[in-house]
Design a protein around this ligand. Structure first.
Ligand code: AMP
Length: 444
């Protein structure tokens, strides 16, 4: 606790921290909290698991007043992250009695309209916040603290215009805090345009490269399921995240795993909030140890002790690859990242590795039985790569500036010339965020 005491936090905040049994600030907290309290704009280069939420929440809570209008607005890319962040604000502001409300789509407006009347701190996703702004049920005139959480993800999801529209409605004499796992050109653009002399802080890499074993299999598309089932059955221990690129593939894979005796649950933006919360609860309690997920739904989930990450569908680029593998090999634990590369995707995979600056080993396919899979929907969709890269034959496309790419992405998703893209757009729009231990991966 001594290290927390040096950060100039209030007595109430220190009591809440003690109650949470946090013994020392994490690196990002140690660097960020004093800056927030000094009124500085901050760009935090950190990801989920680094303790970034309390890094921005502690100072904001200490500087907020109960009943003085909405003073703090936190934008998050997903509903689950909004819930998770709101929960941190709630837990650590109990003594100050602040009213913290979460605002996201997929639930009724009326309750939110009521909540917004009394809120001191609002945490929400851009789409629904804009809906409230259009209806004039959200007033940002009292905002003093604006947080863009997981800003890179918000931009990846095509929210840049929504984010800008919201930021422009906040008073200019506010303090702006931006947290992002990656600092891209788009992030620099936002920082330049909307922040005042921001101080950059970095929490360092969470994944220990010496503990992370990365491999890939060159496997035919039709064999992917059988290989996955074989590998999951061979290694009975551990908590697994299997990444797919579309909701349909996520559901289908989860269904097929269950049909083959492997207890898995799917999470993606197409599920109702109740269902998503239920899936997360099952993982918290470790009732289920295989989570089949889309990037968007998995983003920001505080899931501890993931032992294996499978790229069942290849990620959309190097940064998504890093995000996915970053779910494992944390806190001194070992982790394995396994990618399935089917024929025709080798060029794409090489490009992903180049972007991610990693070099990984190819493993020979083990002998496994071919299983029957339900073919109710296509799993032949090509993963959607953002803004260029390589085509099927490994030829490099011309990459355009990233600011253009995000606009384009919105158009192409909207126009929708491929079901995979349309689905991914839907996933991004609706989307959304946990903890595990040790029960059986197999169906009981
Ligand atoms: P975050 O990166 O904000 O999502 O936090 C990740 C996890 O770290 C959460 O489960 C927090 O409760 C936990 N946490 C945050 N700060 C600390 C701390 N100083 N000491 C121990 N755990 C922490």
């Amino acid at each position: 606790m001594d290290k927390f005491k040096h950060l100039n936090l209030s007595k109430e905040m220190l009591e809440s921290i003690k109650h949470a049994r946090f013994e020392a600030p994490s690196a990002i907290q140690e660097k960020t909290i004093p800056l927030v309290l000094e009124g500085k704009d901050v760009i935090g280069n950190s990801e989920t698991g680094s303790g970034k939420t309390l890094a921005f929440a502690a100072g904001i809570i200490d500087m907020s007043k109960r009943g003085a209008g909405i003073q703090s607005l936190v934008l998050t890319p997903t509903r689950e992250l909004a819930e998770q962040v709101a929960q941190v604000f709630r837990v650590f502001s109990r003594k100050q009695g602040l009213k913290v409300k979460q605002i996201y789509g997929g639930v009724g407006m009326d309750g939110q309209i009521h909540d917004l009347r009394s809120a001191d701190i609002v945490v929400g996703t851009p789409g629904r916040l804009l809906d409230h702004l259009k209806r004039r049920t959200l007033n940002l005139s009292k905002i003093k603290y604006l947080v863009l959480d997981e800003a890179d993800r918000m931009l990846d999801m095509g929210f840049i215009r929504d984010v800008e529209s919201i930021v422009k409605l906040c008073p200019t004499n506010r303090q702006t805090l931006l947290f992002s796992a990656t600092i891209s050109k788009d992030i620099d653009y936002l920082a330049k345009k909307y922040m005042k002399s921001p101080v950059r802080v970095s929490a360092g890499e969470k994944v220990d490269p010496s503990k992370l074993y990365q491999i890939y299999y060159d496997v035919q598309q039709e064999m992917k399921f059988s290989l996955l089932a074989f590998l999951l059955k061979r290694e009975k221990e551990g908590v697994v995240m299997v990444f797919c690129n579309t909701r349909r593939n996520t559901d289908k894979l989860s269904r097929n795993l269950n049909a083959n005796g492997l207890h898995a649950q799917a999470i993606h933006g197409g599920l109702s909030q109740n269902k998503r919360s239920g899936v997360l609860k099952a993982f918290h309690s470790r009732e289920t140890l295989i989570l089949v997920c889309t990037d968007v739904a998995a983003r920001g989930l505080d899931i501890k002790d993931v032992s294996h990450v499978y790229n069942y569908d290849l990620p959309n680029g190097g940064s998504d690859y890093i995000h996915r593998i970053g779910r494992t090999a944390r806190a001194g634990k070992n982790g394995i990242a396994i990618s399935f590369v089917s024929s025709g995707f080798n060029g794409e995979f090489r490009q992903i590795l180049k972007e991610a600056k990693v070099n990984i080993e190819k493993h020979a396919l083990p002998k496994f039985d071919i299983l029957a899979v339900s073919t109710s929907s296509s799993d032949r969709e090509r993963p959607f790569r953002r803004g260029g890269g390589q085509n099927r034959n490994g030829e490099r496309n011309n990459r355009r500036p990233s600011s253009e790419r995000s606009d384009d992405r919105r158009r192409s998703f909207g126009g929708g010339n491929s079901s995979g893209r349309r689905e991914q757009r839907r996933e991004n729009r609706d989307s959304g965020r946990n903890k595990f231990d040790n029960s059986s991966r197999f169906r009981r």
